[in-house]
Design a protein around this ligand. Structure first.
Ligand SMILES: NC(=O)c1ccc[n+]([C@@H]2O[C@H](COP(=O)([O-])OP(=O)(O)OC[C@H]3O[C@@H](n4cnc5c(N)ncnc54)[C@H](OP(=O)(O)O)[C@@H]3O)[C@@H](O)[C@H]2O)c1
Length: 277
């Protein structure tokens, strides 16, 4: 059994890998900092076989890097059983990536879209595979205007993040609709309000608010529980395309259930990554 995960170098991702390590033969750690990945393996996984953990450079804010990451995995295995799209973040400034796309949109959604689509043959080869997308309850504040999604002149950090987390849910549902008959199942989830490095790029009032909220937050191991539950539970017991909280199906927003919006997002995403497919 093979696993690939983005964002394994901090917070929820670290704890997810720790909880799942013994269940998989090969674990691909998709990271933007190879140095962090080397330290992670040395700190927690030195007792495992050397070949079990494979570090794959992958900056989700760079579509060429994402495409190469998928190719590197394809070079090493024929099948992938679980893909966890966990990396993400909220950013204080409106910035364009090297691909000239708004970074919150690209890092939380579009990079994962490209990664997943490129890994689709491996997921199909697994016979039964899961794609787990780490979303957030923040999606409930989303008011997406797809035509303006890369317009940073109107950027505001929380709305951009809320939209991106809505896209994680829409993407899960679309994947499930389009590929469940090929054995690819997909789930999205809210991990809880978790004490991690989330929001670490902020200064000022937002940073103070995060600090004040920290005593009420759950720890990263608790925050990883729903992801670990979805990765470990038989697909027959899970509703594909559903949104989960506290390891149970939960109702996302009305917007998250829109078939029109999820198809529009799919078409837009496909168009933005077409040169890599
Ligand atoms: N914490 C919460 O309360 C909370 C609540 C709801 C949802 N979530 C979601 O949970 C997921 C994990 O977040 P977390 O709380 O564990 O935050 P975190 O501690 O900041 O970890 C984020 C991870 O994403 C990686 N990452 C960021 N930008 C990247 C990029 N451009 N390319 C590749 N990897 C990148 C980071 O890599 P580096 O180590 O190199 O920085 C890190 O491994 C995110 O999707 C977040 O939206 C979190």
């Amino acid at each position: 059994m093979n696993l690939a995960i983005t964002g394994p170098t901090s917070g929820i991702g670290v704890e997810t890998v720790k909880a799942l390590a013994s269940k998989f033969n090969r674990i691909f750690l998709l990271v933007r900092s190879e140095e962090k990945a080397v330290s992670l393996i040395a700190e927690y996984f030195s007792s495992y076989d050397k070949g079990k953990f494979v570090i794959i450079p992958c900056d989700l804010g760079d579509l060429t890097s994402v495409s190469k990451a998928a190719d590197l995995i394809k070079d090493q295995v024929d099948s992938l059983h679980v893909l966890i799209n966990n990396a993400g973040g909220i950013f204080p400034e409106g910035k364009l990536t090297v691909d000239k796309l708004e970074q919150t949109f690209q890092i939380n959604h579009l990079g994962h879209f490209l990664l997943t689509i490129k890994l689709r043959p491996l997921l199909e080869n697994a016979g039964e595979a899961k794609v787990i997308n780490v979303s957030s309850e923040a999606h409930k504040a989303a008011k997406p205007k797809l035509k303006e999604i890369n317009d940073i002149s109107k950027y505001s950090s929380f709305p951009a993040y809320a939209n991106a987390k809505l896209f994680n849910i829409l993407f899960s549902k679309s994947l499930s609709e389009k590929y469940a008959d090929k054995g690819i199942y997909s789930y999205s989830l809210h991990p809880g309000v978790v004490k991690t490095n989330f929001g670490g790029d902020f200064s000022g009032v937002f940073k103070i608010l995060i600090k004040l909220a920290q005593p009420f937050m759950i720890n990263a191991a608790q925050g990883a529980k729903t992801t670990v539950f979805l990765a470990s539970t038989a697909t027959a017991s899970l509703e594909s395309g559903a949104y989960f909280k506290k390891s149970k199906p939960a109702n996302p927003s009305k917007t998250a259930a829109s078939a029109t919006l999820r198809e529009k997002l799919w078409i837009l995403s496909q168009d933005l990554v077409k040169e890599y497919l």
